[in-house]
Design a protein around this ligand. Structure first.
Ligand code: ATP
Ligand code: MG
Length: 400
């Protein structure tokens, strides 16, 4: 079937009252962004509560995959579209019926199906109303294809005929990712490691329309260039949806060594995490973020018991910490990771800064007062080390 257009469906953002245009404009912007990277020419327009993409010379699979990375879209409907003629006329009733019959033939070689026709008529110049037109088109389809049957309640095929600026015919609705368009909710700072969880956490927050920056704590030479590249690649996976991500790479080695030298080893992970959160908080405030995002989930590892989460969250003073995976089982996280094509990268076996210094028996029920007392051992140099780490922040711009 040769399609000429896409009718874009969106749900949640349709109900935002007076602010609706902000959401629709953001959606149009994001659609234009992803289509600019596809073969073909596209014209995106917003008409009467719909987004319509006229398309030429495109690859269907590539275009649909690109549109599936735009948060806010709930359905992508490839459409046959017939433009007005030189005298600004659309086909007459007979012409519309013939176009629909051809459409059905093109899309459904197997006619053994039930169907229903739905007509939306913005152009009121036709003598029949929408219901009458639908009945007429339905009758003509039944005439043309004897195997087909009408089912108005649960049809296998719902044929949409829209008589607007152009005539659009579509039936298939390919699911979009849902959520809210990027750029409608402000920005957050994602603590991005090379694992499975944090990329999924970032994806989930971005899906609510949130722009992301990311921070990665690197520990060269204990962690390799490959481990860093893996994080860059994972940021790229998320940037497919968000368009761009600024990744801050913080050299954490000296801080880590200092903690290792001065603090009890079973508390290393917790204390390290606290400094990661502290630095992320400072960076986030500096870059206009309104929250931190982590991939933590209750009980997944020693550093994610409720006691540990209390200790690590406690250092963040300027903004909320969002933990979208907090109640997820690992398998549910893996499922999302697979779906967004992050998993293959996440499981590459490169070292992580936290696994290198990790104790054999880390505390699972840290007490904040005890941790704070041990952190006093760091008082001599830690402020200076944190300051240097922030000043030497390497920023990598990731665009997709
Ligand atoms: P992930 O799969 O995201 O690495 P994890 O199950 O390995 O998570 P932890 O290692 O306990 O869990 O890390 C908890 C969270 O802390 C991560 O999800 C991430 O948000 C943050 N984090 C951990 N290590 C780093 C790092 N090196 N750089 C940035 N953030 C980190
Ligand atoms: Mg990890």
């Amino acid at each position: 079937m040769q399609y000429h257009a896409f009718v874009i469906k969106y749900a949640e953002i349709g109900v935002k009252g007076k602010n609706r245009y902000i959401f629709e404009d953001a959606l149009v912007r994001q659609i234009k962004r992803v289509l600019s990277k596809c073969d073909g020419t596209f014209e995106v327009s917003k008409v009467a509560g719909r987004i319509y993409v006229a398309a030429e010379g495109f690859d269907l699979d590539e275009t649909v995959s690109a549109l599936q990375t735009v948060f806010g879209i709930t359905g992508i409907c490839p459409a046959v579209s017939i433009a007005r003629d030189g005298e600004n006329r659309l086909p007459d009733e007979d012409g519309i019926c013939r176009a629909v019959i051809d459409f059905v033939d093109g899309v459904y070689p197997d006619k053994n199906k039930t169907f229903k026709v739905r007509v939306r008529r913005v152009d009121k110049s036709y003598p029949k109303d929408s219901m009458e037109m639908a009945a007429e088109i339905g009758a003509r389809i039944l005439d043309a294809y004897k195997e087909m049957k009408v089912d108005v309640h649960t049809p296998q095929i719902l044929i949409n005929v829209e008589i607007r600026e152009q005539l659009n015919i579509f039936s298939e609705v390919i699911p979009g990712p849902g959520g809210m368009p990027i750029g409608t909710a402000g920005k957050a700072m994602l603590l991005l490691s090379g694992g499975i969880d944090s990329p999924v956490a970032g994806f989930m927050i971005a899906k609510r329309g949130v722009d992301l920056e990311a921070v990665y704590f690197n520990a060269p030479p204990y962690t390799s260039e490959k481990a860093k590249q893996k994080v860059v690649d994972l940021a790229g996976v998320i940037a497919r949806y968000t368009g761009k991500i600024r990744l801050h790479v913080i050299n954490f080695t000296e801080i880590q060594m200092y903690i290792y030298e001065k603090c009890p080893h079973d508390e290393l992970t917790i204390i390290m995490r606290r400094y990661m959160m502290k630095i992320a908080d400072i960076l986030a405030a500096k870059t206009g973020c309104m929250g931190l995002v982590t991939g933590e989930s209750i009980g997944q590892v020693a550093s994610q018991t409720m006691q540990s989460l209390m200790c690590t969250g406690e250092v963040v003073k300027d903004m909320p910490v969002y933990r979208p995976l907090i109640a997820f089982d690992k398998q549910d996280i893996v499922d999302i990771s697979l779906r967004i094509d992050a998993y293959e990268t996440s499981i590459l076996p490169y070292e992580d800064c936290c696994t290198i210094f990790v104790a054999k028996h880390p505390v699972t029920k840290p007490r904040l007062d005890v941790i704070e007392r041990h952190e006093e051992n760091l008082s001599e140099r830690i402020d200076e080390l944190v300051k240097t780490a922030i000043e030497t922040d390497e920023i990598i711009e990731i665009t997709k």
